[in-house]
Design a protein around this ligand. Sequence first.
Ligand code: MRU
Length: 366
Amino acid sequence: MKVGAKHYRSIWFDNATQTVQIIDQRWLPHEFRVVTLKTLDDFAVAIRNMWVRGAPLIGATAAFGVSEQMKRDPSNASLNKTWDELHETRPTAINLRWALDEMRALLKNTPTAERAAVAHKRALEISDEDIECNRQIGLHGLEIIKKIAATKKSGEPVNILTHCNAGWLATVDWGTATSPMYHAVEAGISVHIWVDETRPRNQGAQLTSWEMDSHGVPHHLIVDNAGGHLMQHGDVDMVIVGTDRTSAHGDVCNKVGTYLKALAAKDNNIPFYVALPSPTIDWTVKDGILEIPIEERHGDEVTKVWGKLDDGSVGAVQISPDGTEGGNPAFDVTPARLVTGLITERGICEASPEGLAGLFPERVLN
Ligand code: MRU
């Protein structure tokens, strides 16, 4: 998507410098900083400390981490060490393991001397594939938005609520939850987005709002607790969120707070959709609540809030007493029964084993 007049991806290989570059998302929306990742440690730090974040982007970054490491040392020991070090950076988004498995399986069957070139090519492909998946998700999601728009009085927007940032910054481009929104705008359909701020790290306030603002999508930033009220008063037509890991039975793990939105949507008969590229499905998991590991992040993310200070610098302020410790489960699981549908690159399906198997018949659960 565009930043000013220039088209950016969230991660790319810069041919001029022969390096991998990312947008360092910690500084948005206040500062736009591009950072170069070189060493394995650079990649691990960028993922762990959320310079890049969002399940598909974490996967794409890991793939580039492997390819850059193969240029330094293509040995089996180096490949295994890279898998281990990147895999332990963040536990919940399955795209990380998917990308690492994909790279290692390919490279294990590649002569050592050819590994750097083969890994580089595959990392670029993984980025391109993510973009195409998200474009397709947008086209499928657009059909749902069109149907809702057809029920509206002329000029009335379709009101969509979203949580966290499942936007182009969370993927390589387009985003998952945001792709239908961007496609709707391109199709001339009037939409209005309720952006949950998404405490504790405020991905909604900082990233989704920035995306919406940059692309002229009408939106309001709301506190996380406002969604239920807006739904009760008819101000939300649909919810679209992303996911970090979806079970083969259709349970959806996403940023903490998603589950409460799904409960409120169910109580108010509001469609609750989840947008996902297929690498976000963990075919080995049936019961998402019992089986998906939930990342526990540092309590400081809760007791402090990050933003622009009065002197114009970007930093954190503490909002709770010195003695209070923060508890910080970063994700929750929304059971399949609360999900109206899964929007994938192959189409929309019910959040159920049958629904997913219908779209992905080659992936039958053991
Ligand atoms: O902790 P984050 O910012 O990596 O969490 C991101 C999310 O929860 C997104 O909603 C999810 O990864 C889907 S991104 C298309």
